[in-house]
Ligand binder design. Structure first.
Ligand code: FAD
Length: 397
């Protein structure tokens, strides 16, 4: 039976980075994945350019039932450390918006970086490797793989969440946690588009493909200011993906499609200057034409001039455009979600080492645990930071 200092299950962002750092610190590491390629989600990420971190990473950008948990790792391995590594590999990058850093060329460069770092750490990587069974005794953790067994004292679970099953996502990590008596918090899809009830969807069908700047507010008061996209299934775009992580079934979200404009004041000013101007043409100065056409068809924009618009109609219009309360039917679920909320309860883990407090030698890193970032590079930064913290601990003894 082969013995390794550490076995890491999952060759995604967290698993590869942890393997590389631990290997470079002298550990004999085996990295396993059930897929035929490492880093499949990285390749898909950021529209193929990988939004690998964010300039403004801070603990407040992470959702967790234990909000303090992420602080230590994020402070010890920061966005600047990863930006430095990206620079050392000669990867050109740019800030797209809101501190989000993307490769200029391709997400493949980040996978290549991780593979190169693993090679530097003499990591043994086995792809298409299914872990059939894990047992623990005095000799350590024994893993039954297809056709062979390996043994280790340190087992790292980096198998990610449930999002995008087509990219290898599986509940493996949660099952291992439960097998060893760790609590797993309920999971749900995050950073995911909303679906709408059929009547509303039909009313808005004309808008599919239209994007507007917006602020979007959840019932708990969380607000994001990003763009909103109408789709043939419902609502998407960065604003919706962000707020979906704060939304619970049955709740409403409130959307302002004119965040830059005080609509009431704008209409009053325009009325004073151009009383005979049509309401439709006035609104076209602020909103996409298709949105106005759709709202006209729905009877929300009366066919009047500004001087004919009465105060009740104006108030209704302001409400519809700046305080639109929508009750999503649901989300598109794990099929299209970028992340999984919930997971291994971090109260069970050390925030310094990521080791299970009551199960020596068992570690969890990355998305499998109950730490979920905003859209914008925060989730990869959590993968890098948690992996780095764990790798230090693997190398300690
Ligand atoms: P993963 O990257 O999911 O890796 C887990 C690995 O474990 C996978 O390779 C999987 O095949 C393997 N595995 C699972 N089960 C088993 C098993 N039983 N046996 C063996 N191996 C197993 N975040 C950002 O910060 N920026 C972005 O631009 C971004 N874009 C995204 C785009 C998409 C389409 C998606 C789906 C996600 C995106 N994310 C982004 C989120 C980010 O990809 C994840 O948060 C991150 O990959 C989590 O890293 P991880 O290593 O924990 O898990």
């Amino acid at each position: 039976m082969e013995r390794f200092d550490a076995v890491i299950i999952g060759a995604g962002a967290a698993g590869m980075f942890c393997a590389a750092i631990a290997g470079q610190a002298g550990c004999r590491v085996l990295l396993l994945d059930n897929g035929k390629k490492p880093g499949r989600k990285i390749l898909m990420s950021g529209g193929g350019r990988c939004n690998f971190t964010n300039l403004y990473v801070e603990p407040a950008a992470y959702l967790s039932q234990n909000p303090h948990f992420c602080k230590s790792a994020l402070a010890r391995y920061t966005q600047w450390d990863f930006i430095d590594l990206v620079g050392k590999h000669g990867i050109a990058w740019h800030e797209k918006t809101l501190g989000q850093l993307f490769c200029d060329d391709s997400a493949q460069q980040i996978v290549d970086l991780l593979v190169a770092e693993c090679t530097k750490g003499n990591v043994t990587t086995r792809l298409r490797s299914e872990v059939l069974d894990v047992t623990r005794d005095d000799a350590g953790y024994t893993l039954q793989l297809n056709g062979e067994s390996v043994i280790t004292h340190k087992l790292v679970i980096a198998s990610g969440g449930l999002s995008m099953p087509g990219l290898g996502a599986s509940p493996f990590g949660y099952k291992i946690a439960e097998q060893f008596g760790l609590k797993v918090l309920p999971t749900r899809a995050g950073l995911v588009p909303f679906t709408l009830h059929k009547p509303l969807l039909e009313q808005l069908s004309l808008l599919s493909g239209v994007s507007v700047p917006s602020t979007i507010t959840a019932e708990d008061g969380t607000v994001f200011r990003e763009s909103l996209l109408f789709t043939h299934r419902g609502l998407s775009g960065p604003a919706v993906l962000q707020i979906s992580s704060y939304w619970q079934p049955g709740e409403f979200v409130t959307i302002n499609m004119l965040p830059e404009c005080d609509l009431d004041a704008f209409l009053n000013d325009q009325r004073a200057a151009h009383p005979n101007q049509s309401l439709k043409n006035t609104l076209a100065m602020q909103l996409p034409k298709r949105l106005i056409e759709c709202l006209q068809q729905l009877g929300q924009i009366p066919d009047v001039t500004l001087k004919q618009l009465n105060s009740r109609e104006q108030q209704a219009l302001v409400d519809n455009l700046t305080r639109w309360r929508v009750q999503p039917n649901g989300t598109e679920g794990y099929r299209t979600a970028e992340v999984t909320l919930g997971g291994v309860d971090t109260h069970e883990l050390s925030s310094r080492t990521m080791e299970a407090r009551n199960v020596p030698g068992l570690y969890f890193i990355g998305e499998v645990m109950d730490v979920t970032g905003w859209l914008g590079g925060y989730n990869f930064q959590w993968a890098w930071s948690s992996a780095w913290a764990c790798a230090q601990a693997l190398a300690e003894q």
